[in-house]
Design a binder for this molecule. Structure first.
Ligand code: HEM
Length: 487
């Protein structure tokens, strides 16, 4: 095995991995033991890849054997019948699922979702004009992305966080997330417990109740679209596309229902966090903000709002998107892959069944790839000649499991960054003592994805013309978006 930390008395390295910041422990170990290091979590060998080269060599180039997911008994098998995308083992079912994802979310297909992204982002700006406190923006941001995701999956938008569908989906998502806490369930390390008679498997009873609720939710959403298609009232979406080609994709109703839940599972929190990280960066690097605003002012001016067509004319904003993703990546340890066949790399043995993490945090901080990595400097992406940094996707993972939602995510991120910068100065909120509140630049809540600890932020509209245009555009957007309202 590649070198790694000695195991503790319990026989593995769990006790040494920081529960709050596992990426920090992984990064320390990559520094000490090299870019490919190994450890044990329970009885499972774990390989941590701390350099982009190792991740490209193994997860990309050998993706035929590095595309599994570690077995997840509670979240994957008991809660979701093994049909939930992110926990799904690599195999025939996964390939059918992925084919539908690719067909709906590839770089060309996502253009169809731009109109709603554009309208919702205008409504988001409008709400910022009226915020009463400096934390309120967070809720509005969530509504924006939830609406985008719901529209793409089911052809219907979301207006508030109080929407029944939002509440039900949040519950289902939280349930799924809570079952994935490492070490929480004995059965994950001792699958032999699955041999107990069903009624004695104490760990599964509540989860099975949740599974029944999820099933009703996801099947209900699918059947609603099916009915709308029959009535001729359905708006085009991933659901209408998938149902019209259900035979071709070879997905059962159950698989289809869970496939459509995938974007919600993986596409709301990740995108919202990316935008929050951008705000955090703007509070710490106002010079970068002003430089991006100068570019937008030159290309767009104040007589109109930035549009998707401006994307290619805004190289600095594009570089800013990449730098935000590099500076504080959303998935710091990536999502774990599983090696499905014995392998060797640089003289080391990598065993079948090992969990493989791409340590995205360490990769983004690698001074060989990014000079002065702690400095926030979008210019690095304008200067680079490295093709993999010009076409930058490290934050979206690797190989066949690379994020299928990356194009839609980029569309959300671009339109929000460009319009926020055009409309507002992003500034620190003022505390009770009258002083500006600058939040810490690396205080994140841990999980499979890491979110900044909630921080206040002020949005100061840049001038009167902009303010009037936001109001005008939002009124029009409200009327236009009505076609995606619930029906
Ligand atoms: C900026 C926002 C986003 C980031 C940073 C992000 C990042 C990631 C990462 C790191 C992975 C794991 C890839 C791997 O295993 O190597 C992933 C997987 C995934 N993402 Fe995203 N993602 C984002 C937005 C989205 C959106 C908007 C959607 C849906 C529309 C989405 C859907 C998925 C799905 C379904 C998977 C699981 C893929 C699989 O297991 O094969 N993501 N994402």
């Amino acid at each position: 095995l590649p070198p790694g930390p000695p195991r503790t008395l319990l026989g593995d390295n769990r006790a040494d991995v920081s529960a709050k910041r596992p990426w920090k422990t992984f990064t320390e170990w990559n520094k000490t033991y090299g870019p490919v290091c190994s450890l044990y979590l329970g009885r499972t060998p774990v390989i941590v890849l701390g350099s982009a080269q190792a991740a490209w060599d193994l997860l990309d180039k050998r993706s035929d054997i590095y595309s599994g997911r570690p077995r997840s008994i509670m979240a994957g098998e008991i809660l979701s019948w093994g049909v939930r995308a992110i926990t799904m083992p690599y195999g025939a079912r996964y390939k059918r699922w992925r084919a539908l994802m690719q067909a709906s979310l590839n770089s060309t297909a996502v253009a169809q979702y731009r109109p709603l992204q554009s309208l919702e982002s205008k409504l988001f700006l409008r709400k910022l004009l009226d915020v009463k406190d400096s934390m309120e923006y967070r809720g509005h941001l969530s509504v924006f992305q939830m609406s985008v995701i719901f529209r793409l999956a089911y052809g219907r938008r979301v207006r508030t966080l109080q929407d029944d569908i939002v509440i039900a989906n949040m519950k289902a998502g939280a349930n799924f997330g809570s079952l994935q806490v490492p070490g929480k369930y004995l059965v994950e390390s001792w699958p032999i417990l699955l041999w107990l008679p069903h009624r004695l498997q104490w760990f599964r009873h509540d989860v099975e109740k949740a599974r029944q609720k999820n099933l009703e939710l996801y099947m209900g959403l699918l059947n609603r679209v099916r009915k709308q298609m029959a009535d001729g009232t359905a708006q085009p979406s991933m659901a209408t596309f998938g149902l019209s080609k259900q035979q071709e994709f070879g997905l059962t109703d159950l698989e289809m229902a869970y496939t459509l839940a995938g974007p919600w599972d993986a596409g709301v929190g990740t995108t919202v966090i990316s935008i929050e990280v951008f705000l955090l960066a703007m509070l710490h690097y106002p010079d970068v903000m002003r430089k991006a605003q100068a570019e937008i002012d030159k290309v767009v001016g104040f007589s109109r709002i930035p549009e998707y067509d401006d994307m290619e004319s805004l190289p600095y904003v594009n570089a800013l998107m990449k730098e935000v993703a590099r500076w504080r990546p959303v998935a710091r340890t990536g999502f774990p892959h599983q090696l499905t066949k014995d392998d060797t790399y640089n003289g080391y043995f990598l065993p079948k069944g090992a969990t493989v993490y791409a340590n995205i945090n360490a990769i983004m901080q690698d001074p060989e790839l990014f000079a002065d990595p702690e400095v926030f400097r979008p210019e690095r992406f304008l200067e680079t000649t490295h093709p993999k940094l010009q076409n930058f996707t490290i934050h979206f993972g690797f190989g066949r499991r690379i994020c299928p939602g990356m194009h839609i995510a980029n569309q959300s991120v671009f339109i929000i960054f460009a319009r926020l910068l055009w409309a507002f100065d992003i500034a620190p909120a003022v505390g009770e003592d009258g002083k500006p509140v600058i939040p810490p630049d690396d205080d994140f809540v841990s999980g499979l994805i890491t979110r900044p600890v909630p921080f206040p932020c002020a949005f100061k509209v840049r001038n009167k013309v902009v303010e009037e245009l936001i109001v005008l555009e939002a009124d029009r957007a409200e009327a236009e978006a009505a076609r995606w309202d619930s029906n």
